[in-house]
Design a protein around this ligand. Structure first.
Ligand SMILES: [Zn+2]
Length: 148
């Protein structure tokens, strides 16, 4: 594995460029998450393996923020790797930072997302942006005011 995360060799795109590219295919406005995935183009941010089907969202346990999309193999390695390259470089300057984005990581399985707790309002807002149901710690949040 290279000492340089693959994403550090990819040309950085501005938000405007990514949004324009998004609108060539989609009508609805993109979320930051959409733009991140568009920029990564199905490639793992560290090893560059094209793996659309199974890239996972890697996040920083200290901030609760998404860093970028990794293949499953790199995601596991990231969790176990200490302060060595390319992981140090990836953590210091992950795709979301390269692109000037802040994406609050939402654990769709309902588990914790940080060692400390992200305010629930932030998680709820992030879930809304991703168009996925907000999941409270320990179970689904039933919004009883919503019509089926
Ligand atoms: Zn990888």
């Amino acid at each position: 594995m290279s000492d340089v995360p693959a994403c550090h060799t990819w040309p950085v795109a501005t938000r405007e460029e990514l949004v324009a590219e998004w609108h060539q295919v989609h009508r609805a406005p993109p979320s930051d998450d959409d733009l991140l995935r568009l920029w990564q183009d199905g490639r793992c941010a560290v090893c560059a393996v094209p793996d659309w089907g199974s890239l996972v969202e890697d996040h920083d346990w200290d901030t609760g923020l998404t860093r970028g999309m990794l293949c499953r193999s790199c995601n596991v390695k990231e969790g176990n790797a200490g302060d060595v390259m390319p992981w140090t470089a990836f953590r210091e300057n992950p795709p979301t930072r390269m692109l000037g984005m802040q994406i609050v990581y939402v654990n769709t399985f309902g588990g914790p997302t940080t060692r400390t707790q992200v305010p629930e309002a932030d998680l709820r807002a992030a879930a809304g942006k991703l168009h996925i149901p907000y999941v409270q710690q320990g179970g689904y949040c039933d919004d009883e005011s919503a019509d089926g």
